[in-house]
Design a protein around this ligand. Structure first.
Ligand SMILES: C[S@@+](CC[C@H](N)C(=O)[O-])C[C@H]1O[C@@H](n2cnc3c(N)ncnc32)[C@H](O)[C@@H]1O
Length: 204
């Protein structure tokens, strides 16, 4: 029998915690959530996450329903980004998100200029992540505590508009023959660089 994720119906006297969901207590909780949130209502989980989100934001361009977007959202959830910003089409491919988008604040922007204006209003530097000409190494850049990390899409990478809107573009070192890694992998590396810097105090 394959091992099941999560927990079955709650056994014993039900706890009275209002954050718990009676339907989950009765039927079991097989969701992809950390054990500390077992049986919690979804809105209670979001409320709790909101008390400790990190001040970095993640943005990704969406012009071609890139499958990577879901994976970027899932990683943004894991590293507890403030918000995820989708730039371009409103419809995006949720498959790789594995429902994590429901625990995340997702904001839409029509284009890169709109995202840049939103970031500027909040004093958040907009940093592109791409290995385009003119980019500087992520590995030797001191990532700001509060910022927006903007990723491009498979094939084209960051659009010209997006590149122009960013104060800096940061590249991830590569050594093989491929031109790039996929956007989902790049997003995970960049977010983890933020975590190393601001949760663990590791200077570049
Ligand atoms: C598949 S890449 C395509 C773009 C790439 N500039 C090219 O010439 O092939 C899609 C996205 O992944 C991210 N990415 C991939 N490799 C990267 C790298 N080495 N450094 C920084 N970002 C990267 C960027 O956000 C990029 O826009």
């Amino acid at each position: 029998m394959p091992r099941e994720v999560g927990v079955g119906p709650f056994e014993g006297q039900w706890p009275s915690d209002p954050r718990l969901d009676p339907a989950l207590l009765a039927g079991g909780d097989r969701r992809n959530v950390v054990d500390a949130y077992r049986y919690w209502r979804m809105d209670a989980i979001v409320e709790d996450l909101d008390t400790r989100r990190h001040p970095f934001h993640v943005a990704i361009e969406n012009f071609s329903h890139d499958l990577n977007i879901g994976s970027v959202v899932r990683t943004a959830n894991a590293f507890l980004a403030s918000e995820v910003h989708i730039v371009g089409r409103r419809r995006w491919n949720r498959r790789g998100a594995m429902v994590t988008d429901r625990y995340q604040h997702v904001r839409h922007h029509e284009d890169a200029q709109a995202l840049a204006a939103w970031s500027k209003d909040r004093g958040l530097p907009l940093l592109g992540i791409d290995n385009l000409p003119g980019s500087v190494p992520l590995e030797t850049t001191d990532l700001p505590m509060a910022c927006v990390l903007l990723f491009g899409q498979e094939g084209v990478g960051l659009s010209d508009d997006a590149r122009d809107a960013c104060s800096k573009v940061l590249s991830i070192a590569q050594y093989g023959s491929t031109r790039s890694i996929n956007a989902g992998a790049a997003a995970a590396i960049a977010m983890h660089a933020w975590v190393r810097r601001h949760e663990f105090g590791q200077l570049p």
